[in-house]
Ligand binder design. Structure first.
Ligand code: SF4
Ligand code: SF4
Length: 454
């Protein structure tokens, strides 16, 4: 949204506020766009696409119901209450409703602003919750060294703590919720992704583009191989790959959890760093990050000193498969003999409208037997940190995804988002499935005959 459109949405909120019996409970700068709430014509076409509505069949758990609640608060008819917070935190932010909506309602932006309002209102505040948010959102995520320390601690748990807990049976003494969370602990490498590449990595052959790579948070500590694979495939495709120092986590998890203030700080840092790197494109291998980075323009639209720079930055963001297809991919020649299916990460298919490019690249790999996944675009329940904050519900969405996966019995499940990979791997383990869960870029590296990292 432009600065003037934002101003007009605030005007509309003001008009509504004056007309209502009580003032709107929304405050500060992250006010849900009133225009978007009135653009919703209550047609209900989004309802069959909404995973939370499909689970409960309750209107307040549908996109239409949530938009209605947001509008009622803007109109001063309702307050921001714990019940409203529950309704919004039950939402996966999968944005399937946006794809389905004929009116182009930007539900994702509405929901993020609503979550920011919930935090501002303090209806969920407790000392424990405030401490956890401060620790992760304000201390760990903005600091790459702190994230790496967390990665090392996770590695130690997986290699020492987990065998001890499982071997002795002590794991069964943990509360059920902790047991479920422990099972979701992602595999981490001792060396993070950043340690596997230089700041500037020369292309193979004639240079075709200068591609920036995001260090990320989860990608750096738990998907170091996929980071390396991205760099290797881009170099093989003729790109100079730059991973500039000084960058930070994109802020998507913070934005989804209502800390837009901290997300803006991190966005500004990344804009500065990548402007200096003079890249042609910022190439992203994590759907959640890519989707949020493309929204930097919206995130900073209210700050005149940053709005234009943020919009320029956002215009350079590309999903890695999308980028390779635009560049003109080299044909892979090493066969991978397996039956493969593809799960569409929500923030790729709905958040970035990228669906054809990963399929096109995977279908170029010789030897793969392609099988379509039923409900491929239905959320797997990972949804950022939803599987941590709403574990029981997340497992219900995962069960539906795994039922569909079992139906097509693949040897490989490809997907372009780290959260989905962790979630579906956990689902495979629960069901005793031996399928490999892989990022398309890793399969492409193998099919190009490029070696894995040292
Ligand atoms: S983002 Fe997903 S879960 Fe939330 S309302 Fe839209 S479709 Fe439903
Ligand atoms: S499809 Fe769009 S316009 Fe229709 S109810 Fe859903 S959000 Fe509103």
């Amino acid at each position: 949204m432009t600065v003037s459109a934002h101003a007009s949405s605030i005007d509309l909120v003001e008009t509504a506020r004056r007309a209502s019996a009580r003032p709107s409970a929304f405050q500060g700068i992250d006010i849900p766009s009133y225009e978007d709430t009135i653009n919703c014509m209550h047609c209900g076409l989004c309802l069959p696409h909404c995973p939370t509505f499909s689970l409960t069949q309750l209107e307040r758990h549908s996109p239409r119901g949530r938009i209605r609640l947001i509008k009622s608060i803007a109109d001063g008819q309702l307050d921001v209450t714990p019940a409203f917070a529950e309704t919004m935190s039950f939402c996966l932010l999968c944005r399937a409703c946006e794809t389905a909506c004929p009116a182009g309602v930007k539900y994702g932006e509405l929901a993020e602003a609503a979550r920011a309002q919930i935090e501002t209102s303090g209806v969920l505040r407790s000392p424990r919750r405030s401490f956890v948010r401060w620790l992760f959102f304000r201390q760990i995520f903005p600091r790459p060294w702190a994230l790496r320390l967390l990665g090392k601690a996770t590695w130690l748990h997986l290699h020492l703590g987990r065998p001890l807990l499982r071997g002795t049976g002590l794991i069964r003494l943990l509360p059920k919720r902790l047991q479920r969370l422990e099972a979701l602990t992602p595999a981490v490498a001792w060396r993070p992704g950043r340690a596997l590449m230089r700041e500037v990595n020369r292309p193979e052959g004639t240079p075709r583009a200068r591609a920036g790579l995001l260090e990320g948070c989860l990608m750096d500590i738990t998907f170091a191989q996929e980071q390396y694979d991205t760099m290797a495939v881009l170099r093989h495709s003729g790109c100079e790959v730059v991973m500039p120092r000084g960058q930070v986590c994109c802020g998507s998890l913070l934005g989804h959890c209502g800390d837009l203030e901290q997300a803006r700080r991190q966005a500004k840092r990344n804009i500065e760093v990548f402007e200096r790197a003079q890249i042609d494109a910022l190439v992203i291998n994590s759907a959640g990050c890519g989707s949020f980075l493309r929204e930097y323009g919206h995130l900073l639209h209210g700050e005149p000193a940053w709005a234009e720079r943020a919009a320029r930055f956002a215009a350079k963001v590309r999903d890695v498969c999308e980028f390779l297809v635009e560049l003109g991919p080299k044909p892979p020649s090493v066969p991978l003999a397996a039956r493969i299916t593809y799960h569409e990460a929500c923030h790729l298919v709905h958040g970035q409208r990228v669906s054809g490019a990963p399929r096109q690249l995977l279908q170029m790999i010789p030897g793969l037997e392609w099988v379509e996944l039923p409900e491929a675009t239905w959320c797997c329940g990972s949804a950022g940190i939803y599987n941590i904050t709403n574990t029981a519900d997340s497992m219900k969405f995962l069960a539906r995804k795994m039922d569909n996966i079992e139906r097509v019995a693949p040897g490989i499940i490809a997907t372009g988002n780290p959260g989905c990979m962790v979630q579906i791997r956990a689902g495979c383990e629960q069901r005793g499935l031996r399928a490999r869960v892989a990022h398309p870029i890793s399969l492409l590296r193998e099919a190009y005959g490029l070696p894995p990292r040292d």
